[in-house]
Ligand binder design. Structure first.
Ligand code: NAD
Length: 510
């Protein structure tokens, strides 16, 4: 996910320091393979850095093909030979144990997340840490309470034979989980939680930009839970091809991938060799539709706020603002005021909404899109470049692009920065057409004074999640995922849990 704008109560936002606790981050240069915290071959490491300061935080283990091979082997053996797949009560207990350990380490983990991912502190009290940790309890409850484990279909006579039929849901096997850097804990837990609850075993390969968020999880699993050896493995690596092994190895039953649409294509191609099931959460270019009867002030400032959150590094953030043509100036004025007040800031500051972007490469990519917006004939109502408040760090000021229509590349391609493009429309039908005129279909928003009218528009937009008048869909029990090139399958909720199950039908002759 997720990156729907969820604003925790500011009084719960912790004070954080720029440097995470060194006694906690010491020794995070390890992999977790078959229950052991081990260095990479030859002690190889790569550095992880703080995007707000450009300072090196420390070293992560640089896993190679040999370690990935061992991790897949360990997960396979733990699934095929261990008790994990068959003991739901034990799995539920382990997941609650993990949740409690992650809660106990909350201060260190939140500070680490701000330092490594540049996540504003207010988000670590929400979807960047506290919410997904809490979600582990939901997955534990599902392991025990899921009603679909066995379904009795009763008897039926076929060719004179009476059979009693039942449908059984079983853990699907070994899961290769590949994650991006923008919401490291949320995305890790949204894969690992339901996969483990279902009875699968997991190899997690995190993004090279946020390895410590995964190795800290690995260490807590290894040292503070009863999760058996081989059930959960973590291989950090600077080499994307080490992650690609998960899509190519026939010992892996499901590849659960979150990242860019292009990488998703590559995962699907690789997985086709063995027809490995793929589960893909990909990019987005979601529309925020303001209808002509909306509370303009609330709607325009919400759209602007959302685009700035975590510097726009959220796949579900609404990055196209669809505005009735005659209300363009009013909406832009409000959005400019909001974005101007949300200038990029120190992510440790509890009041910061827009922190740094993850890396120099990503910063330059966003700046390239801003140049493109001007080349395409657009202009900036606010922002438009690097933040001048900082000498160091990858900061971009919130930017509102005007003067373009939905054919512009900046209106079609995912920028993954604090950039919102205003697009004018005439009438509800055109608003829907523009919202749907995108290769993506991940999320969206509609604001209207008339809820029924907003619902009617929402029903016509081809997208996996949608908020009406600021409604927040993000929660453990709500499925999240995309239409079209935003992905295949659903994460979270019962639908997300069922992604990690196989279906077996059995008939017994009577
Ligand atoms: P990315 O696609 O570059 O990388 C994601 C992960 O894939 C990383 O762990 C990377 O090492 C790995 N990887 C790279 N090449 C691979 C290959 N050939 N085979 C297997 N794994 C490979 O994405 P990113 O830059 O880390 O993250 C940003 C992108 O992720 C954005 O496009 C964003 O929209 C998307 N995203 C989607 C969701 C969602 O739920 N839909 C959530 C967050 C981010």
């Amino acid at each position: 996910m997720p990156d729907q704008t969820t604003v925790p109560d500011q009084t719960t936002v912790p004070d954080q320091t720029t440097v995470p606790d060194p006694s906690f981050t010491a020794g995070l240069d390890v992999l977790l393979i078959d229950g052991q915290l081990v260095p990479a071959a030859g002690g190889a490491t790569f550095t992880t850095s703080n995007p707000a300061t450009e300072e090196v935080l420390g070293a992560a283990a640089d896993g190679t093909a040999a370690e990935m091979d061992a991790a897949i082997g360990a997960a396979r053996a733990a699934f095929d030979q261990g008790a994990w797949a068959n003991d739901r009560a034990f799995r539920a207990r382990c997941l609650r144990q993990l949740r409690d350990a992650l809660v106990a380490h909350g201060d260190e983990m939140r500070a680490l997340t701000t330092a490594e991912a540049g996540a504003p502190a207010f988000l670590t009290a929400g979807p960047q840490y506290d919410f997904p940790v809490e979600d582990l309890g939901y997955y534990a409850d599902l392991a025990e309470g899921y009603e679909g484990w066995v379904q009795d279909l009763g008897e039926r006579e076929t060719f004179g034979i009476v059979s009693s039929r039942s449908v059984h849901r079983e853990p699907a096997g070994v899961v290769g989980a590949i994650t991006p850097w923008n919401f490291p804990h949320q995305i890790q837990i949204a894969k690992v939680g339901p996969a483990l609850a279902a009875g699968c075993t997991v190899v997690l390969k995190p993004a090279p930009d946020t390895p410590w968020c995964a190795s800290a999880l690995a260490r807590i699993v290894a040292t503070e839970t009863d999760i058996p050896a081989g059930v959960f493995n973590v291989v950090t690596s600077s080499d994307h091809q080490v992650g690609a092994m998960l899509s190519k190895d026939p010992r892996v039953d499901i590849v659960s991938f979150t990242g860019s649409t292009n990488t998703g294509r590559s995962v699907m191609r690789d997985a086709s060799e063995h027809l490995t099931k793929v589960f893909l959460e990909l990019g987005g270019k979601s529309a925020f539709v303001i209808l002509d009867d909306a509370d303009l002030s609330a709607a325009a400032s919400l759209a602007a706020f959302s685009a700035c959150t975590h510097a726009g590094q959220g796949c579900a953030i609404t990055t196209r603002l669809l505005v009735p043509r005659h209300l363009h100036d009013d909406v832009v004025e409000i959005a400019v005021a909001t974005m101007g007040a949300l200038a990029a800031g120190d992510p440790n500051d509890p009041g910061t909404i827009c922190g740094p972007v993850i890396s120099e490469r990503q910063r330059d990519r966003i700046l390239g899109y801003l140049d493109l917006a001007v080349e395409e004939g657009g202009s900036f109502a606010v922002g438009g470049g690097r933040s001048e408040r900082f000498d160091k760090g990858w900061f971009i000021d919130p930017t509102l692009i005007v003067g373009l229509d939905n054919t512009a590349r900046v209106a079609r391609e995912e920028i993954f920065g604090p950039v919102l493009t205003v697009i004018d429309y005439d009438g509800d039908d055109e608003a829907v057409a523009i919202a749907n005129d995108s290769p993506y279909g991940l999320s969206g928003a509609v604001c209207s004074g008339d809820e029924e009218r907003a619902f009617a528009i929402a029903a016509r937009i081809r997208t996996g999640t949608l908020g009406i008048n600021g409604g927040i869909w993000y929660a453990a029990d709500v499925p999240f995922g995309g239409y079209k090139q935003s992905g295949i399958g659903r994460e979270m909720g019962v639908a997300g849990f069922e992604e990690y199950l196989e279906t077996k039908s059995i008939a017994v002759a009577r």
